[in-house]
Write a protein that binds this ligand. Structure first.
Ligand SMILES: [Zn+2]
Length: 48
């Protein structure tokens, strides 16, 4: 299963949906993914 998540870079608004997350980890709040964009910004998403 792969949930459809739309996420955009918070630095340059680029679509990160097809970008490989740099870091994926789970905690009590759900699955968190950190995307490192080419512009240097890191965007973190949370999928519950
Ligand atoms: Zn960016």
């Amino acid at each position: 299963m792969f949930e459809e998540l739309t996420c955009t870079c918070r630095g340059c608004d680029r679509d990160l949906t097809d970008t490989e997350p740099a870091v994926v980890y789970r905690d009590g709040g759900g699955e968190r993914r950190a995307y490192a964009c080419g512009c240097g910004a890191v965007t973190v998403t949370v999928a519950e």
